[in-house]
Write a protein that binds this ligand. Structure first.
Ligand code: FES
Length: 165
């Protein structure tokens, strides 16, 4: 019988274990572990949930509960190599955030939360990014894009970006 392929790499497990001393117990590592796996795989498939649970000594359902509490984690398929969160909270909305989101979705042929067919870009509505002074703004991977116009955002999102951490 062929053993199922592991989803978590040794490096991912090592990163999770390296954080353990900072947390009061292994259950508290659930969210950081999900982030570590998500940063590598751009999603957290069910197989990874089971493996995270094994690493942390929890039931898979406990890890899955945490994952599904947050809209941040995708489970079915990876998000784009660039994940763009377009702020739609009040300051950004007053300065065109809704139009920005609509424009970017239309230009890229996706619905909100959708990923382009080539897997290069996912566009997601977001709540306040904590940068209201620069409304409307977008978080693209780890880069905050400030004072965006539709045209500037379109150009920015075509640029290559470092992976989100
Ligand atoms: S409302 Fe958009 S960053 Fe605060």
């Amino acid at each position: 019988m062929i053993a199922p392929k592991r989803v978590l790499t040794d490096e991912m497990v090592a990163k999770i274990e390296a954080l353990a001393p900072r947390y009061p117990n292994r259950r508290a590592l659930t969210l950081p572990a999900l982030h570590i796996v998500n940063a590598e795989l751009r999603h957290v498939p069910l197989e990874a949930v089971v493996e995270i649970a094994q690493v942390l000594g929890l039931a898979p359902a406990e890890v899955q509960d945490t994952l599904t509490f947050y809209q941040f984690f995708h489970q079915e398929k990876p998000h784009g190599t660039v994940r763009a969160f377009v702020c739609r909270s009040v300051s950004c909305a007053l300065r065109g955030g809704d139009h920005l989101l609509e424009h970017l979705c239309k230009k890229n042929g996706v619905e909100p939360y959708g990923t382009t067919p080539d897997g290069s870009l996912t566009i997601e509505p977001a709540e306040c990014l904590g940068a209201c002074d620069f409304a409307p703004c977008i978080l693209a991977n780890d880069d905050l894009l400030k004072n965006m116009t539709p045209e500037a955002a379109e150009a920015e999102l075509k640029k290559p970006r470092a992976r989100a951490t």
